[in-house]
Structures are given as structure tokens and as C-alpha cells.
Write a protein that binds this ligand. Structure first.
Ligand SMILES: C[S@@+](CC[C@H](N)C(=O)[O-])C[C@H]1O[C@@H](n2cnc3c(N)ncnc32)[C@H](O)[C@@H]1O
Length: 264
């Protein structure tokens, strides 16, 4: 079969991946409709209220958190999640894969489930949700349009030779597990912490601030936005839900004076 040909599905199953948002009020009405209509809902909700909202919409909710365990490689966990979701689609079920935040932002199992289902000929789509980054722009008053904005996964950011513009806003995800490819054991110190700090200090200087950002996930709670000099950031500052935000350096050099004369 050529790459463009799509297999004929063995059943009428379908898959829709939706986002639950970060805060419980951020579930879109599209997401609610899909959750209510599905035969089976697989959930990666991170708080009990979101889980309860799912159960109120559909009694057949299965938490995919059962596949996580300390010390287990995350790719193994993700594959088990994908298998669980696709098994139901192949049985002809209408399946919803609901993940917190935006399902396509750091969503390997959601992206792969949709991709494989499509390759097998099933109808499969992903609907956008409200990600931590969306909350960040609102809570911290930082607009990606002002300086530009770059987002990286922490391990990838340090391991690869990523070229980024320090005059843009920099967002680093998954800082609590930098260098750890398993689900961390209790009190495990991330091996990559010092490498991350060194990389940032080399470019921004040790006094440049980093913002430890956590969007509130429950009503009436405030976001965390602790600002600290880069050299003072400790592993214990990074919690599983922490995203590290680095403000841009001032005075971005101009690239084209001739073009500058045309701007009015
Ligand atoms: C696997 S990713 C999930 C991202 C999620 N799908 C989204 O759309 O935001 C986990 C990372 O998201 C970020 N994150 C999760 N919850 C957050 C929160 N409440 N506030 C800020 N960042 C958060 C952290 O960087 C965390 O390590």
C-alpha cells in the first residue's frame, strides 16, 4: 500500500482527543460535547475536580494514570496508554482521549493515538484546549507578540544545541524532570538541573531572573509566579507543574537599518 492510501478500518470506531484546560473552568463546550457523546473516555486529568466533571458527563471514564509508576520509562507508559485507547477504537467504540491543558502540547500519547488511528483509516481528530502557556501569557502579562517567544522541553533544550534568541521570551517546560526519562522516584533530584542553570547563566548572566510559574488548577487559587536570580534556582524550586520563564534581555540589536527607515 502506498503512503497516501489509507487502510479500510475494521469497525466504525472513532477517536477525538480533547483538552481539559489547566483550571477546571477551562474545558471548552466542544470538549464537553465529545466527552458526553463518547462510549469510552480515557483521562489524563490532574485534579479530582476535573475527574469528577468527566464522570458527571460520562460514567465510563478510565484514568490513564494507572500506567505511571516510579522508575518506569515514560515511553513505555505512553505506549501502554496508546494501546489502551486504540484497542477500544478498533472494537468500534467512540473514544475520547481527554488530557489536561491542550492535548497537543507535550502530548505524545494523544498525538500518536490520533496519528495511528488515522493511518488505520479511523476518523480521528484533536481539538485544542487551554494550555499552561495560554495561562502564562494571561497571568504574567507577557505577550508573545512583543518580543517573540520560544518554548522548549528542558532536557531537549540542554542536550541539543538549540539556538534561541535571548531577546525573546523563553519558556522551558518539564524542568522538574530534566534529564530523567522515567517517572521520578520520590525526592529524586533531577540530574540535569545544574546543566540547565549553567546554560542559562552563560547567556543571561547569574543575576537575570527566572520566573517559576504555575497556573492555578483549582478555582479561587492564585498562580505561582516566584521570581529568582538564575544562579539561585534550586532543584526544590521545580515542582512537576512548574514552567520556567525567562524574560528577554533588553536592547535587541537591529538587523536592517534600511528597512527600519520604511517602518511608519
Ligand atoms: C506533559 S506537560 C503537559 C502540558 C499540558 N498538556 C499543557 O497543555 O499545558 C507537563 C508540563 O507542563 C507544564 N505545566 C503543567 N501544569 C502546569 C501549570 N499548572 N502551570 C504551569 N505549567 C504547567 C510544566 O512545565 C510541566 O512540566
Amino acid at each position: 500500500m502506498s503512503e497516501k492510501q489509507v487502510a479500510r478500518p475494521k469497525s466504525n470506531g472513532w477517536l477525538i482527543s480533547v483538552g481539559l484546560g489547566i483550571n477546571v473552568g477551562q474545558m471548552t463546550s466542544d470538549a464537553r460535547n465529545v466527552i458526553a457523546k463518547a462510549d469510552v473516555v480515557f483521562s489524563l486529568a490532574t485534579n479530582p475536580i476535573s475527574h469528577q466533571i468527566l464522570l458527571d458527563l460520562n460514567p465510563n471514564v478510565h484514568s490513564l494514570h494507572v500506567y505511571y509508576s516510579p522508575g518506569k520509562l515514560r515511553p513505555v507508559t505512553y505506549q501502554e496508554m496508546i494501546d489502551a485507547v486504540l484497542t477500544e477504537v478498533r472494537k468500534g467504540k467512540r473514544v475520547c482521549f481527554a488530557a489536561y491543558g491542550h492535548p497537543g502540547v507535550f502530548g505524545y500519547p494523544t498525538h500518536m493515538s490520533v496519528k495511528i488511528a488515522r493511518e488505520e483509516g479511523y476518523d480521528a481528530v484533536m481539538l485544542p484546549g487551554v494550555s499552561a502557556e495560554d495561562c502564562l501569557f494571561a497571568d504574567l502579562g507577557l505577550d508573545p507578540g512583543t518580543f517573540g517567544c520560544q518554548s522548549f522541553e528542558s532536557t531537549d533544550f540542554v542536550f541539543r544545541e538549540r539556538i534561541w534568541d535571548p531577546h525573546s521570551l523563553l519558556i522551558i517546560w518539564q524542568v522538574s524532570v530534566i534529564g530523567i526519562l522515567t517517572m521520578p522516584k520520590k525526592n529524586e533530584i533531577p540530574r540535569g538541573h545544574k546543566f540547565l542553570i549553567q546554560r542559562l547563566v552563560d547567556v543571561y548572566g547569574s543575576d537575570h531572573p527566572g520566573i517559576l510559574y504555575e497556573a492555578a488548577s483549582l478555582p479561587l487559587c492564585n498562580p505561582r509566579a516566584d521570581e529568582k536570580s538564575l544562579s539561585l534556582l534550586m532543584p526544590k524550586d521545580f515542582r512537576p507543574e512548574t514552567t520556567l520563564v525567562i524574560r528577554p534581555l533588553d536592547n535587541c540589536p537591529r538587523a536592517n537599518e534600511e528597512f527600519g527607515k520604511l517602518i511608519r
